[in-house]
Design a protein around this ligand. Structure first.
Ligand SMILES: [Zn+2]
Length: 383
């Protein structure tokens, strides 16, 4: 089976993040078994999704991890010209949900398995496929922890998010909290005796505005200066609350998410957020003691810090010939590998601009560049 046939197969599984990915995992496991490779699954708590990892080649240190996610974003409400779950080739492009983000890379990684075995690599190729990447990179951390325990140490991780096969050595982190303000309902004519959850909630949103104003005004660090925008941002994208115009709102819920530049410490923002929450809550409780503010962590994706002379960067530069410096503002699993002491970099086919879009596509030329990359990688591991 060549990379293109594998891509067709992978796209045919409707692995949108809100449903099981086990059909795809079953298929990949059988495919690997067909090449004599035993894969290991790491299930989620509900048991309806799994990530999968495997060591291909000798059981020695110094291999390279190829990391991809198996989930895709929904197609509902998008105007597609073709069936999103069938790869359609047209005008030098491969259309289909996930062709770009990122089943194209997954297919390249799986097609590299027989190449590595035939070539008799001296250091292993390691395959790592996660779930729930698109909903906050939830699936990778438990898989990475298992890989750390059971696989020989790898010298580099290539996360194949679409980067036009460029070596991307840094990205922002993402941290999200969900905030539920529990107020107290009274008729609004007596608002001084009630606690309006909306009106207290906006004090926290205004705090986020002040964080942004301060960060915009500050001078960026040299690492931050590479990003657009060159500072950490705080954002509320969704809010819900209240029942009627003449009732003080009993509930208000909203998110506050941070996109963190490498080098900024999330603990600083978290402590400041919680301090502000405590202040606002104290003011609410001075009016009605049983009111409160509940804060829940929604996701946590560490930034990818550009490494000093990192092994992954050196390898990908050598294989692609790309010697420029690239950073991106989207989060990936690369930061999670790096957090567990792997040297990690992003390099994958396709343009992030096509990810998540209707008529998502991967250019055939990018897919071919990916195949050339894999061939060189296998040569490198055979040296
Ligand atoms: Zn992705």
């Amino acid at each position: 089976m060549d990379a293109r046939a594998i891509l067709d197969k992978l796209v045919s599984f409707k692995t949108v993040s809100n449903v099981s990915n086990l059909d795809l995992i079953d298929w990949v496991e059988d495919y690997l078994k067909g090449h004599g490779v035993i894969a290991t699954r790491v299930y989620n708590e509900e048991g309806n999704k799994a990530s999968l990892y495997a060591n291909v080649g000798p059981d020695v240190a110094g291999g390279v991890v190829l990391s991809g996610h198996t989930d895709v974003v929904p197609v509902e409400g998008q105007a597609w010209d073709t069936d999103p779950f069938t790869v359609v080739e047209k005008d030098g492009k491969l259309f289909g949900r996930g062709t770009c983000d990122m089943k194209g890379f997954d297919a390249l990684a799986l097609a590299a398995v027989p190449l590595a075995l035939e070539r008799g690599v001296k250091r292993p190729l390691q395959i790592a496929l996660s779930y729930d990447e698109e909903v906050g990179c939830l699936g990778a951390p438990p898989m990475i922890a298992e890989m750390r325990k059971h696989l020989p140490a790898a010298s580099a991780v290539v996360v194949g998010e679409p980067s036009m096969m460029k070596a991307v050595s840094g990205h922002k982190g993402g941290y999200g909290w969900w905030i539920h303000v529990h107020g107290f309902e009274v008729h609004s004519s007596l608002l001084h005796t009630g606690v309006n959850a909306i009106m207290y909630g906006v004090k926290l949103i205004e705090w986020a505005n002040q964080i942004n104003d301060a960060n915009i005004a500050a001078t960026p660090s040299p690492i931050a200066a590479q990003f657009d925008p060159p500072f950490t941002t705080a954002h509320t994208g969704k809010i819900w609350g209240g029942t009627a115009h003449n009732i003080t709102a009993k509930d208000c819920e909203f998110g506050i998410d941070f996109r963190l530049v490498p080098g900024d410490d999330i603990a600083t923002y978290r402590d400041a957020l919680f301090a502000r929450v405590a202040e606002v809550e104290a003011a609410m409780q001075a009016v009605v003691p049983e009111t409160r503010i509940e804060v829940t962590e929604r996701f946590h994706v560490p930034p990818l810090q550009p490494e000093n002379d990192g092994e992954a960067e050196r390898l990908v530069r050598q294989l692609t010939g790309d010697n420029a410096t690239h950073v991106v503002s989207y989060g990936t699993e690369a930061g999670q590998f790096q957090e567990k002491d792997y040297s990690a970099i992003i390099c994958g086919p396709g343009d992030i601009a096509q990810a998540h879009q209707p008529n998502e596509f991967l250019e055939v030329s990018q897919f071919e560049a990916g195949q050339a990359f894999m061939a060189k990688l296998v040569d490198h591991l055979a040296e």
